[in-house]
Design a protein around this ligand. Structure first.
Ligand code: ADP
Length: 246
């Protein structure tokens, strides 16, 4: 079942043609990883899906319903699409649990008891149930990012978008966040992930989408992509990484 579909998306920033006829699909339970050199349009793709950027042409569908035509619908879209960014964007003046409960209660009008139960289960899964009443300033970067992931999951989105969620973390704590994503993949969460961690991409992805200069160059299984990429651009890109050692 198709959860997300992009059909011929074009996006411009002034004269920059940032996305050129981008088309792909993410099915239920699938993990799709977007990779490519810096500036190729990965982040813009996620931001268009989440309604943070408008598009020049094309259609974006969630479960076969076009979401990109009616911009009044964007509030609605956020119920279906969860996003976690490189910076954690937690509210500093709110405790961990207050950060997590805010949107489900205020935006989704859900009952506090029900959301609290779910939040506690999710916190346990990411190993942070003991940080319930801590404030963001008392947490490490990796812990903050795990809380940001729980906060997005607690909205029960159909699909989660992750935009380089480990890029701002110290190398020794990257693993703890990647492990959370690997566990979500095992639970068959539908995810679209942008990452520069190639070994992780290979381990977590059902499908790799390689972009360059605003275009999709290849869509392949991780095995195919990492062992025998078809395009020269993908070969050059992969040569920059020492991922085979991991
Ligand atoms: P990536 O995530 O792959 O590094 P981006 O999606 O951030 O790439 O950027 C794609 C292209 O769009 C780049 O040429 C970038 O400079 C340009 N771009 C991104 N955001 C903006 C913006 N807010 N204003 C102008 N140009 C932008």
């Amino acid at each position: 079942m198709s959860i997300l579909k992009l059909e011929n998306i074009n996006k411009f920033y002034g004269k920059t043609h940032a996305l050129k006829n981008i088309s792909f699909e993410v099915n239920k339970g699938e993990v799709v990883v977007l990779i490519g050199p810096s500036g190729c349009g990965k982040s813009t793709t996620l931001r268009c899906i989440n309604g943070l950027e408008n598009i020049a042409s094309g259609n974006i569908y969630i479960k076969d319903e076009v979401i990109s035509k009616d911009f009044k619908n964007w509030q609605e879209i956020r119920k279906y699409v969860g996003m976690v960014f490189q910076s954690y964007e937690l509210f500093d003046h709110l405790s961990v649990i207050e950060n997590i409960l805010l949107a489900p209660i205020k935006v989704q009008n859900r009952k506090k008891d029900e959301v609290l139960k779910e939040a506690l289960e999710l916190l346990k899964k990411v190993g942070l149930e003991h940080k319930l009443n801590a404030y963001p300033k008392e947490l490490s970067g990796g812990q903050k990012q795990r809380i940001a992931i729980v906060r997005a999951l607690c909205m029960n989105p159909e699909i989660m978008l992750f935009d380089e969620v480990t890029a701002a973390l110290d190398p020794e704590i990257v693993r703890e966040v990647l492990d959370v994503l690997l566990n979500l993949a095992k639970e068959e969460k539908t995810m679209l992930i942008v990452t520069h961690e190639m070994a992780f991409a290979r381990a977590v992805a059902d499908k790799i989408i390689f972009m360059d200069s605003g275009e999709i160059i290849e869509i392949a299984s991780p095995e195919e992509f990492f062992t025998s990429p078809k395009s020269n651009r993908a070969k050059q890109f992969l040569n920059m990484f020492d991922f085979k050692k991991d």
